[in-house]
Design a protein around this ligand. Structure first.
Ligand code: SF4
Length: 398
């Protein structure tokens, strides 16, 4: 990822370095919290289920063109969905090979697939590993009770198939196992979730806050908690409390059991180092999405705000990715502190928090220029991590 300092100065036109390709636009699960198929966005309904050969071929050429134009030393290719394995592991492998063949010499292509793991069997794992595609798995914990919202269309639990797939991946191709992505549910026991994922075993963990905003707040947060509207009002922090408990468990064990990206990023940002997550910091977004019909879009999370929120009006058949860099919404997302609410710009935690995830700042009628709907939770987590770091600095913590 292209980075910059935490000062928040504008840095427009950071080239894209992460290309999220919707190889398949449908899913074999119907998770109860899914913002993609059960949220306000309806664009998926009119798109082809799978990306055609023509879309994939053109996408590979456009990625190579962008790599050439901006002399990218490396890029990230994320094969996404829906459930991307519905497109076929061979097809994902062939597309990845095509991208690698077309980028300029010296540009490394780091390929990964993000899957619900239910379709991971030995042939598919072997195919993905052979093509150098790392596998990230979406799970809400390492026990059946953590995954009750992850069900198929008939409401049947997906846990047994997902756990089988995850364990097979860990046994058969540990070098290809990227890690687990988990959506925080404050109703669960945070330490039990962390320890169950350790036992799975997951080599790394991405903790995501559920997508929500000031017009559709996540459970436990009220629309009136917006610090921009009611400064000084005490606000609940169920997500921050949950994250702090996991942080303490991870920190006290020496940070080596598992990489936890959110915590590593938070520590790095507190130390003034570059961060690399969309959830924290002021770095410009450098990810772009290609949908199954070839449309170029902003990242999926924005779809949780309103129907069509991720659209740019561009597509790989008619437009280079540079056109998307010029799109007003992308420029806004590369503007750092200049695009934030005044409450955030005046916030002492600005350089670390960065206003939180872009999608979580939305309020209908007011756009994205608001503090995060998780403002109080982020405040709680960042101050907690800072206190633990400070304790180490003065020799009273580990
Ligand atoms: S904690 Fe984050 S979201 Fe809240 S005011 Fe500060 S920068 Fe904005």
């Amino acid at each position: 990822m292209a980075r910059r300092g935490a000062s928040g100065g504008a840095a427009a036109h950071v080239p894209f370095a992460q290309f999220v390709v919707k190889a398949h636009g449908r899913c074999n699960l119907a998770c109860r919290y899914c913002y993609l198929y059960a949220g306000p966005d309806r664009t998926w309904r009119t798109r082809p289920a799978a990306a055609s050969d023509a879309v994939l071929d053109r996408t590979a050429s456009r990625i190579a063109e962008h790599a050439r134009t901006h002399r990218l030393p490396a890029l990230s290719l994320v094969l996404h969905g829906g459930e991307p394995l519905l497109a076929g592991a061979d097809r994902l492998g062939a597309f990845t090979d095509r991208v690698r063949e077309r980028v300029p010499a010296g540009c490394a292509v780091h390929a990964s697939v993000q899957t619900n793991a239910t379709l991971l069997d030995a042939p598919r794992i072997d195919t993905l590993a052979r093509h150098g595609i790392r596998v990230g798995i979406s799970l809400d914990g390492g026990l059946p009770g953590h995954n009750t919202a992850r069900v198929d269309r008939a409401g049947r639990p997906s846990w047994a198939a997902a756990a089988r797939g995850a364990r097979l991946l860990a046994d058969r191709a540990p070098q290809a196992y990227a890690g687990v992505l988990t959506v925080v549910d404050p109703r669960t026991d945070p330490v039990a979730v962390y320890e169950s994922l350790l036992a799975l075993p997951a080599p790394s963990l991405d903790l995501l806050l559920p997508h929500g905003n000031w017009s559709a707040p996540p459970p436990g947060i009220r629309a009136g908690d917006d610090p921009g509207r009611a400064p000084g009002t005490p606000r609940p922090t169920p997500y921050g409390d949950w994250l702090c408990a996991v942080f303490d468990r991870w920190w006290d064990a020496g940070r080596r059991e598992m990489r936890v990206r959110l915590f590593q990023e938070c520590v790095a940002l507190l130390l003034g180092l570059p961060g690399a997550t969309e959830s924290l910091g002021l770095d410009p977004v450098n990810a772009v999405v290609v949908e199954t019909d070839g449309s170029i879009e902003q990242v999926d999370s924005i779809k949780s705000a309103y129907d069509g929120a991720a659209a740019t009006g561009l597509d790989v058949f008619h437009h280079p990715f540079d056109d998307a860099l010029n799109h007003p919404a992308v420029r806004a997302r590369q503007a750092g502190a200049a695009a934030l609410a005044s409450t955030c710009r005046a916030c002492p935690l600005l350089a670390v928090c960065g206003g939180g995830h872009y999608a979580h700042r939305y309020r209908a009628g007011g756009g994205f220029r608001h503090p995060s709907v998780y403002c109080a939770d982020l405040d709680r987590l960042i101050r907690h991590v800072a206190a633990r770091l400070a304790a180490v600095a003065v020799g009273s913590g580990k």
